[in-house]
Design a protein around this ligand. Structure first.
Ligand code: HEM
Length: 455
């Protein structure tokens, strides 16, 4: 009897022009397109674009099976790695294999929960300074929340990396990061990306942005005092002094140090600022939730600054942040992965050489795990309704899970608590809810301008 050796593949939507019609369909609204795939095919869908086979996996158990159990058989999509290496060099976000393992081992202690808790004071100081500058006349309560949050998180990351140095020119630094973010995403969706030597405006702008950030990082690395084991350490000093636990006389090279600082700087503030921006908008739209948070913040903090310990006593605040991260995960899609071996996903086999796409934005809005998935309902994280592991995954899962997740959750919690302590946020009558803009982070497409009144 004839034995079939071709694996049976999961279902695919119809395609034309060798699959290029998929690219045309996804270009105007990538997340909407992937959401439709999930509605139609539920757990997994397969697209072929030219020679590339792409498997979108939506089942949270299968996602864990892939990213946790079979992680050793995956690398990140080469195109993404190349695009991000222009601005992030050979940093932990980009490297693979033994080089990544070594870097991750060396960075991990700097992001451990205990170490991160030591940054809490710096975080609350940055928020207090920003809020104290926010003097609003009574007849103009409108505030651009994204600019406010970006300013705070930039000051936090600068303080954490370099000690208490503030960014002189924070708006233009934030603009450079956003330019790179938009450029990176546009490069990912082109059939052929622009080489970096091409003299077209998009590439020239990206090169200018990279130059600006490189100068900023180099300036601060050189301005920092000599590392001193005994003194109170910023993250830069910690990275300068770090040694590979497996090879105790090996540290990071100068270039690696620069690249890790760059990645921490870029990955470490836009994500948290974006998450806080969406959270503020959602709180402004849901005064009932805001009132509950305000009650518990008032009762627990008694007018004091929040700390890692008191944050743990604020369940509504924590749940509302989790819910904001569910609806608007700043990393709406993970890096696509390349299968270096056949990969098992539930009953299916994803053939070696394929790409695997995992989209938290879509997985986290699956009606099977979240009732009324498009609604903001923090209570789902309070009344322990069964949520499968992996159905809430804003920080990814597996060995390449976000190294900064404890940092981000602490920072977001502290800033959010201080915001609620001081201000009532409300939604302007004439405003419409912003659409999403997919860059490296998922930002509001139009400014999130809210009414803010002191309590
Ligand atoms: C709300 C805030 C944040 C979110 C939602 C977020 C999300 C993520 C996600 C989903 C990944 C994994 C991507 C993948 O598997 O393809 C990741 C990786 C990473 N994140 Fe975050 N992140 C946040 C904040 C931070 C912060 C504050 C830092 C540093 C200070 C940071 C540094 C990194 C780094 C270095 C990686 C790469 C880790 C590796 O590949 O080993 N992130 N982040």
């Amino acid at each position: 009897m004839l034995k079939l050796s071709v694996p049976i593949l999961p279902p695919s939507p119809p395609a034309h022009w060798w699959g290029l019609s998929h690219l045309a369909a996804m270009r105007p609204d990538y997340l909407g397109y992937v959401q439709q795939l999930q509605f139609q095919y539920i757990d997994i869908a397969h697209l072929q674009i030219l020679n590339e086979h792409i498997f979108h996996v939506f089942n949270p158990d299968w996602v864990r099976e892939i990213l946790v159990t079979q992680s050793a058989a995956l690398i990140r999509w080469e195109r993404a790695t190349e695009v991000f290496s222009h601005s992030m060099g050979q940093s932990v976000l980009v490297t693979e294999g033994a080089q990544w393992e070594r870097q991750r081992r060396m960075l991990q202690p700097g992001f451990a929960p205990k170490r991160v808790a030591g940054y809490a004071k710096l975080m609350t100081d940055a928020a207090r300074t920003a809020f104290s500058k926010l003097v609003k006349p009574k007849n103009d309560p409108k505030v651009d929340i994204e600019a406010l949050m970006t300013g705070i998180t930039l000051d936090v990351i600068m303080g954490v990396l370099f000690g208490n140095q503030q960014v002189q020119d924070s708006r233009s630094v934030a603009n450079s990061i956003q330019t790179l973010s938009q450029f990176a995403v546009s490069q990912l969706f082109k059939p052929l990306p622009w080489p970096m030597w091409t003299p077209v405006p998009a590439v020239l702008n990206a090169r200018r942005a990279i130059k600006k950030l490189n100068q900023l990082i180099d300036h601060h690395i050189h301005a920092a005092p000599e590392p001193d084991q005994a003194s109170e350490q910023g993250l830069l000093t910690m990275l300068q002094l770090t040694r590979d636990p497996n090879h105790p006389n090996q540290g990071l090279s100068d270039q690696e140090l620069h690249d890790q600082i760059m990645v921490t700087f870029q990955a470490g503030h836009e994500t948290s600022a974006t998450a806080l921006t969406w959270w503020c908008g959602l709180i402004a739209r849901h005064p009932d939730v805001a009132a509950r948070i305000h009650d518990e913040v008032t009762k627990v903090l008694q007018g004091q600054d929040p700390t890692p310990e008191t944050l743990a006593q604020l369940p509504w605040l924590q749940a509302s942040l989790k819910e904001a991260l569910r609806l608007y995960p700043p990393a709406a899609l993970l890096f696509n992965r390349r299968a270096c071996q056949n990969i098992k996903a539930g009953p299916w086999t994803i053939p070696k050489g394929s790409l695997i796409a995992i989209t938290p934005f879509v997985i986290q809005r699956d009606i099977r795990w979240f009732d009324a998935p498009d609604e903001f309902r923090p209570e789902r994280f309070i009344y322990s309704i069964e949520i499968p592991r992996g159905a809430w995954m804003p920080f990814g899962v597996g060995p390449r899970v976000c190294i900064g997740q404890h940092f981000a959750l602490l920072e977001m919690g502290l800033i959010a608590a201080m915001m609620v302590q001081r201000y009532r946020l409300s939604w302007p009558d004439d405003a419409t809810w912003p659409k999403t803009n997919l860059g490296v982070t998922l930002r509001p497409a139009t400014p999130m301008v809210l009414n803010i009144t002191p309590r």
